[in-house]
Design a protein. Structure first.
Length: 271
């Protein structure tokens, strides 16, 4: 096992780092438009280190767009994304900010793992091969080193016994676990999950709940967007609720669940 993956696999080795005083990630007055459609209208919140933070909201509230902005996959029209207090995704240019070139964006994204709503697995590769691919092709690790790291991560997410199974032959829950394993292979400080419970039955959602708890035990901070209220209430430390591109509530799951603004905007529709 390589030294730079010990943090992922051994929470006891986690220690304070520069910038530990503030939130790990901050969204600061983020605005995003598509033509005349204003999707995000000044969204602000923070994600504390070691937390599982959820962004909840009905379909069309702007959750997934916001997550893509935080992952530097979409440019924002106004506001800032900050990682450990440092603005990312842009650089100053005179009196305004301009988006970084793709090469610099890719470097900054290495601190942020993203699991997309739709699977992006290679069905012809084994579970081990799916995780190894980014390590050998992007990080230029040797195959032997990549296989060791990938095997350790698969064990961590409960897929050790399925390492040689093709991605296309895994169950829905196992595929989601494999997506998480691939994201964790880059040793991210923050893991973003976009609607991870989509298409799952109650038993599968409970499996996902346990997976997120295991991720947290490694010291990785988690931010997920969901519309499944039950999963969010069980797994999250803090919940932020979006409606029509605005933050309408933030707090502990119990407090948010009882907030009349949330009940009016969300629970009456699709909880």
């Amino acid at each position: 096992m390589t030294d730079d993956h010990k943090l992922l696999l051994d929470p006891a080795l986690l220690g304070p780092t520069e910038g530990d005083a503030g939130p790990l990630l901050e969204a600061v007055a983020i605005q995003k438009r598509y033509g005349r459609n204003e999707v995000l209208r000044g969204v602000s919140f923070g994600v504390e280190r070691g937390d599982v933070k959820a962004v909840l909201g009905p379909s069309g509230s702007g959750k997934s767009t916001m997550l893509r902005c935080l992952a530097l996959l979409e440019p924002i029209d106004a506001g800032e994304v900050r990682l450990e207090g440092r603005t990312i995704g842009v650089r100053p240019s005179g009196s305004r900010s301009v988006r970084l070139p793709e090469r610099e964006l890719a470097h900054q994204r290495s601190d942020i793992g993203m699991v997309f709503q739709k699977f992006n697995l290679f069905p012809h590769l084994t579970a081990l091969g799916n995780v190894m691919l980014g390590l050998t092709e992007v990080r230029k690790r040797s195959k032997a080193d990549a296989a060791q790291v990938a095997g350790d991560i698969l064990e961590r997410v409960g897929l050790g016994a399925r390492a040689q199974t093709s991605g296309g032959d895994l169950t829905l829950v196992e595929q989601r676990r494999l997506e998480v394993a691939r994201a964790l292979a880059s040793d991210p400080r923050l893991l973003l999950l976009d609607e991870p419970a989509g298409g799952m039955n109650p038993v599968e959602v409970e499996d996902l709940n346990q997976l997120i708890r295991k991720i947290r035990e490694t010291g990785v901070t988690v931010l997920l967007v969901e519309h499944h209220m039950r999963l969010v209430m069980r797994v999250s430390d803090v919940v932020t609720v979006l409606d029509a591109g605005r933050v309408i509530a933030t707090g502990s799951p119990d407090i948010v669940r009882r907030d009349p603004r949330v009940i009016a905007a969300y629970l009456g529709r699709d909880a």
